[in-house]
Ligand binder design. Structure first.
Ligand SMILES: Cc1cc2nc3c(=O)[nH]c(=O)nc-3n(C[C@H](O)[C@H](O)[C@H](O)COP(=O)(O)OP(=O)(O)OC[C@H]3O[C@@H](n4cnc5c(N)ncnc54)[C@H](O)[C@@H]3O)c2cc1C
Ligand code: FES
Length: 496
């Protein structure tokens, strides 16, 4: 299945060359999503020497697979921050995010970036979710946001149960076009930007990173890789989910401009978008833990909800993306115990958090200590909301035990049909096998190279996904995303 999001399928491709040979620089940024390219731009404008290495192409991570919404609040609710911290921290969150949105507005001048101001509508479609709306209203009002309550939403959105919270002056972008544009601006300002430059060796002590075609030594390294590449304490403190998106022709189902969040059984995020003179309805939802759900079922459930709510229509684009959520609702931004700078724990709010992170890290690299950086430091402890962390550690331990003790199939590799996958016991060895539709067999070690959990098959994206910290691998074992740096080991097995 083609899983390109509408944004990447309709934006002009970026074109930066790979890294050639060895070099040194002041600051090395690993990762070309919104965090990495924004930081590259800010640093290059300060006259700093910057190299940015992107494993695939600019925006190919979560940024190009997001919904493109920009808002001052948080998708899980600002009141969660007020509860875990206090009203003053919630106010700082809104102020930081508002400033980051103003920065994006300033840079997103080309019309292709699709920047537009609009309102955010938040409402419940189930009784249980009604308190969420009133708590959010109180938290946003206390944080000086422009919020009010209404009773209706534009047709044909799902009917609200109770009040509709309206947050004025939020915004939307075409996320792929925007990051490609910011990468261009960074390169023009002097940053050395490289695509197809996956870091396959990272030495945080020596501050050296190597790709297949060259290496960079730097004074400082920033891991703008969504979750930091390699081993980092924060990985044990975050939950990892995949969420699904579809874009269909808008037709008569046009709710007009806006960010529409329906909280209920469906938990749907809806917006419209224009691309290549087509108008789309974009629906995002079905959040599930990475590596422990049926991806095809999640996607089908999202399509069924869209059909039920907006009438049936052919789906033009289907995709999914990953998010990492911290236990205490704030992101991790700054230098961690490895000595590298990291920026993660953005949940599904990272277009704005990534911009905030770039601003905070740019200031820290200038020797400043912005107060929001102190709040979000990756080494904060004890964590508020540590129970979620313990649940996460429990899930990881359960996944390890369950997989190693019970999850093997006594199946012949030769019995694997085209399109099928299985964890197979063969010659006393275990392998993760997938047969491509053309019959070619791919067999790799099922042991994640990050910390040794066992990977699970994702039938939508034809990948092996790790339930522990979200590393994902292609059928031939290559790293797709997550903290793993090394590929899954290829297995060369006899097929009987
Ligand atoms: C379904 C969904 C919808 C979302 N919608 C929104 C939204 O509407 N608004 C919002 O604010 N947020 C949204 N988010 C969250 C947001 O997309 C992310 O938090 C944000 O894009 C993260 O940006 P990033 O630059 O940190 O990471 P990414 O965009 O993932 O970029 C990281 C980059 O690092 C590269 N990389 C990784 N490892 C290496 C390596 N070893 N060497 C070199 N490069 C490497 C990757 O290829 C990738 O391009 C959504 C998330 C999901 C899952
Ligand atoms: S991602 Fe950490 S063990 Fe797999």
């Amino acid at each position: 299945m083609d899983t390109s999001p509408v944004w990447r399928a309709t934006a002009a491709p970026s074109a930066f060359g790979p890294l050639q040979g060895d070099s040194s620089t002041e600051i090395l940024i690993v990762g070309g999503g919104i965090t990495g390219v924004t930081l590259a731009l800010l640093l290059a404008r300060q006259g700093r020497r910057v190299v940015l290495l992107e494993a695939r192409t600019i925006g190919s991570g979560s940024t190009g697979h997001s919904t493109g919404n920009l808002y001052e609040t948080l998708s899980q609710g600002l009141h969660g921050v007020a509860r875990a911290w206090d009203d003053e921290v919630a106010r700082q969150v809104v102020a930081q995010r508002r400033a980051a949105m103003a920065f994006i507005e300033g840079e997103a001048r080309p019309p292709g970036c699709g920047f537009r101001r609009c309102a955010l509508y938040l409402y419940a479609t189930s009784q249980e979710q009604r308190p969420h709306i009133s708590h959010e209203h109180i938290a946003l009002a206390r944080a000086d946001a422009k919020v009010r309550m209404e009773r209706t939403v534009p047709a044909p959105l799902p009917t609200p149960l109770g009040d509709v919270l309206v947050l004025e002056d939020q915004a939307q972008i075409q996320p792929q076009a925007y990051v490609a544009h910011v990468a261009e601006l960074a390169a023009r300002a002097g940053a050395s930007v490289h695509e197809h430059a996956r870091v396959i060796e990272l030495d945080p002590k020596e501050k050296r990173a190597a790709t297949a075609t060259g290496a960079v030594k730097a004074r400082d390294i920033v891991l703008a890789t969504h979750t930091p590449a390699g081993f980092h304490m924060v990985q044990a403190e975050m939950t990892v989910h995949r969420e699904y998106g579809i874009a269909r022709d808008l037709g008569a189902s046009d709710p007009g401009p806006g960010i529409f969040w329906c909280r209920g059984a469906e938990n749907l995020s809806v917006r419209t978008a224009q691309a290549q003179s087509r108008h789309f309805l974009v629906c995002v939802g079905q959040s599930n833990k990475t590596g422990s759900h049926n991806a095809k079922a999640s996607l089908m459930a999202l399509e069924a909800v869209a059909d039920k709510r907006f009438g049936s229509a052919p789906v033009a684009y289907r995709w999914s993306a990953q998010n990492y959520q911290s236990a205490d609702r704030l992101p991790y931004i700054g230098r961690d115990l490895t000595g590298c700078f990291i920026a993660t724990g953005f949940s599904t709010d990272g277009l704005v958090w990534g911009t905030v992170a770039a601003q905070v890290i740019a200031a820290q690299l200038m020797g400043q200590s912005p107060p929001f950086g102190v709040l979000c430091k990756p080494t904060r402890w004890p964590l508020k909301g540590g129970r979620a962390m313990m649940q996460e550690v429990g899930t990881m331990a359960k996944a390890l035990v369950k997989d190693y003790l019970t999850h093997r199939q006594e199946q012949q590799l030769s019995a694997l049909a085209p399109g099928d996958s299985a964890i197979i016991e063969s010659d006393g060895d275990t392998c993760a096998a997938w047969r491509a539709p053309d019959g070619e067999l791919f067999a790799v070690s099922p042991v994640c190279t990050h910390l040794g959990c066992k990977v699970h098959w994702n039938s939508v994206e034809t990948s092996w996904d790790c339930p522990c910290h979200g590393s994902r691998f292609s059928p031939d074992g290559a790293v797709l995303e997550g903290p793993a740096i090394a590929a899954l080991k290829r297995k060369h097995l006899k097929v009987e």
